[in-house]
Design a protein around this ligand. Sequence first.
Ligand code: OSB
Ligand code: MG
Length: 368
Amino acid sequence: MKIESITLHVISMPLKKPFVTHLQTVKDREGIIVEVRDSDGMCGLGEGVAFSTPWYTEETVNTSFHMLKDVLIPLMNSKPFHHPEEIGKRFEAVRGNAMAKAALEMALWDLYARQQGEPLWNMIGGTRKEILAGAVVGSGTLKEMVAQTEDLVKDGYQRIKLKISPGKDVGIVRELRSHFPNLSLLADANSAYTLEDITKLQALDEFDLEMIEQPLGVDDLIEHSLLQKEINTPICLDESIVTPHDMKSAIHLNSCGVVNIKLGRVGGYTSALEIYRLCRENGIKVWCGGMIEFGVSRAHNLALSTLEGFSIPGDISSSSKYWEEDIITSPIVVRNGVANRLEGAGIGVELNRARLKEVTLYKETLSS
Ligand code: OSB
Ligand code: MG
């Protein structure tokens, strides 16, 4: 693949309403749109999903920008390559920085698929036509969380993920379960608990949650394995699974029954597809996690979620859930808990240049 230039667009957009977790309140979402261009002027798109501050993982927008500009783009350019997977492998020489790696690697997969005139979902072996999608309710008062869930259910979502933390858990889950006896509900703790909290986590067992996401430490596999023996609700890992090796360890240890796969968290498709394969071979369920992203990353999530194993709805909501106006020309739409896969070449979306310009803080074009 010959890359002529790479443009990094650093953008910032206000959320319609702040997204609250016990760790952070996100009011404005910063991100990096990566645009790789070949000598025919064809473009591939990726998105850096690190936040402005390192509350979810260690990366930030600034560390991603630095890694892309000073390390990953030069490494990509250091010798020829024919397939994006080679870059996924080449980036293994750089420690950490999964989200920066993913941003560029995703753009190369998109470009590669566009060059073949083929949808990216087809290139990775996807088969699902209808992508199962669910929405996330941020932390808030009981009243706020019930009202938000009601709104989302009215919008057709059939699976709701609730952000929980100590003191904002059993009461909220009980109330929501009584309002919505048949709704598919799960809880995401973003590592808010420790093993000392086992009784609090056991208390959630009676509410028929689909799973509890990342209850314990962000880099823990052993305590999750111990916890899983004490609770009936399946554990889903998010933060703890960064590499295929983490996944192998989680399988050895029985740390989880489910994994939420995020392209950004795991460093791109090469790693995500390997983690997916490990899960399939070992009976671990998978679904696609969200990062309060813009349309570029959401379109990649749709492509990934066409894989047969993505049989649990992902954090894939309509563009309109977070944004007044997304940066792609046709916003992502979820109806009755389903988004259609995108049939165009690559990820099947184009940048809305006018909107992109409005939200751009700065951009830099690097030539190959
Ligand atoms: O833990 O899954 C998470 C958003 C930002 C950072 C971490 C997480 C989330 C979500 C997904 O819960 C929200 C969404 O994209 O709709
Ligand atoms: Mg999570």
